[in-house]
Write a protein that binds this ligand. Structure first.
Ligand SMILES: C[S@@+](CC[C@H](N)C(=O)[O-])C[C@H]1O[C@@H](n2cnc3c(N)ncnc32)[C@H](O)[C@@H]1O
Length: 320
């Protein structure tokens, strides 16, 4: 696989975002994209295999069963661009089905170099698929990839794993609108969305008994220590996964167990006892919500497939 781009300015913007997020007067927060350094990406991959985290298996079941049907809608497509591919494990089914119709260029877009490399290892053996990875942010990678499409080829954008749920609802719709503005009429979007479900099923997915999600969350503080000369004492923070019923989302936080001051590159931040740093949101959707949101953003729904064991919807939209 050829990898384009690179982590230019990454450290500077990480430092700036950490300073801004921890310096906030109200709720302190850190952007969830920083959860995915080398260790975070490995921990996320472990999360997807936990018995409590049914989300990945649900999407795998849908793609295993329906990839041929999805590909039947995409016979003119010669390029697949995947936003936040992770390891690419689930993508194999859909790429195999697409490549039976037409040779494909597959462009994984990742901020994590480790995830991008494992995606290459996972998919390198696929026949009639050439891989061109971009180590960069979602929209930057999408516009770079579509600029390389061959004449006459339509593009399918894959945004799997309900990563859309990391955006608040308004920004999620705005993000879909930006995708729409970057692609052409007739191009498509395959969007994975985790649906609302009982809390007894949902909460353990983000607070598993082995403590892998806890480690994934706390690694963000360890990453700040490693990369930004931070002095977080991890033993003074607890992992919190709560359901915000009004916003219909899981929120992950790190709770300070006592009043403490941390130093990051000479800047000091004080956290009160029980004060939290908000590290990730995972919004959950009603079954019709993805379609409504995508239609307002300039797409039309082609089909939706739902897993019943773990309510999850795979949605195929066409750009109009
Ligand atoms: C929730 S994981 C999903 C991975 C995979 N798509 C799946 O379904 O299992 C999100 C992935 O997107 C990547 N990512 C997060 N924010 C990103 C951004 N702003 N630009 C590019 N990649 C991003 C992370 O490194 C991570 O691999």
């Amino acid at each position: 696989m050829l990898i384009l781009g690179g982590a230019t300015q990454a450290v500077n913007s990480f430092a700036g975002d950490v300073r801004d997020g921890l310096g906030k007067a109200g709720q302190k927060e850190l952007p969830s994209k920083y959860l995915y350094d080398d260790i975070g990406s490995a921990l996320f991959e472990a999360i997807t295999r936990l018995p409590e985290y049914g989300l990945t298996r649900a999407e795998e079941r849908i793609l295993l069963e329906h990839s041929e049907a999805i590909a039947e809608h995409l016979t003119a497509h010669g390029m697949a661009v995947e936003l936040g591919s992770g390891s690419g494990r689930k993508t194999r089914q859909i790429l195999e089905a697409l490549a039976r119709h037409k040779s494909m260029t597959y462009c994984p877009i990742e901020i994590s170099s480790v995830a991008l490399a494992s995606c290459e290892r996972e998919l390198d053996d696929l026949a009639h698929v050439s891989i061109l990875g971009f180590e960069t942010e979602y929209l930057d990678g999408l516009s770079k990839a579509v600029a390389l499409r061959k004449p006459g080829d339509a593009v399918v954008v894959l945004f799997l794993g309900s990563s859309i749920g990391n955006f608040d609802r308004g920004p999620a719709e705005e993000f879909l609108r930006k995708i729409r503005q970057t692609i052409e009429p007739g191009d498509t979007l395959l969007l994975g969305t985790d649906l609302e479900k009982p809390l007894a099923q949902l909460i353990p997915a983000y607070d598993d008994s082995l403590g892998v999600t806890e480690a994934f969350n706390r690694n963000l503080l360890a990453r700040i220590n490693r990369e930004l000369r931070g002095d977080f004492d991890l033993s003074r923070f607890e992992h919190v996964a709560l359901y915000n019923a009004r916003e219909r989302r899981i929120e992950m936080h790190l709770r300070s167990v006592e009043t403490q001051t941390v130093t990051i590159e000479e800047a000091c931040f004080t956290l009160g006892s029980d004060e939290t740093i908000w590290t990730e949101s995972c919004h959950k959707y009603g079954r019709n919500e993805p379609e409504e949101m995508a239609e307002r953003a300039g797409f039309k729904c082609v089909a939706q497939w739902v897993d019943v064991e773990w309510p999850f919807a795979e949605n195929l939209f066409v750009a109009v």
